[in-house]
Ligand binder design. Sequence first.
Ligand code: G3D
Ligand code: MG
Length: 198
Amino acid sequence: MYHLMKGIYMQATKKEEYSVLILGLDNAGKTTLLEQLKRIYNEGRSVPADKIVPTVGQNMSHVTVGKMHMKLWDVGGQENLRSLWRAYYSDCHAIVFVVDSTDRARIEECRNSLQAVVTDDTTEGIPVLMLANKQDRDDSMEVEDIKEIFNKIAEHLSARDSRVLPISALKGTGVREAAEWLAIRLARNKQYRPPNRR
Ligand code: G3D
Ligand code: MG
């Protein structure tokens, strides 16, 4: 009886946590976004923008958005690292796909890459947030144009939550809105993909 009670107690007190996978081509701004989220939600414990180096392997950080605990995974986006993304799909609760809005030359590569992510069986039904990053730059594509490019993919997403939002990971513009959108969708999808407890 004691053990049973203890078990129930442990279940109730363990923190609920959602894993969020941050994907996108190299140079999209994934690590900058992760650091910005830490800056906003974890009281400034982050690496300054000029100290961020290209990601080899992965960065992981915990952030708390409102009452929701998130574990954020920033996995390297270089072509040879993209094959590793799949290993994370089945354990994640949402995907954030970061797009460099100034990189017109690679927008097609970006679209194909996102397409591969969302059509994978193991990502079925989880929320996908596309972020049109670097909106602070004069040469960035409009969010409407980026939406159009990703419209075709959105057809695959019809049964799940997806959204395209404009941000500047560097300046922090739109980052709160993105995090709040995620928090709402993660909670809404709770029955389908329950949080981890730790
Ligand atoms: P990645 O982790 O997706 O590979 P990084 O990308 O976060 O390392 O960012 C790649 C470069 O883009 C960095 O510039 C970074 O400062 C810049 N960047 C990221 N987000 C933004 C943004 O919102 N606006 C602008 N203007 N630049 C951004 P460097 O020069 O260090 O390579
Ligand atoms: Mg990086």
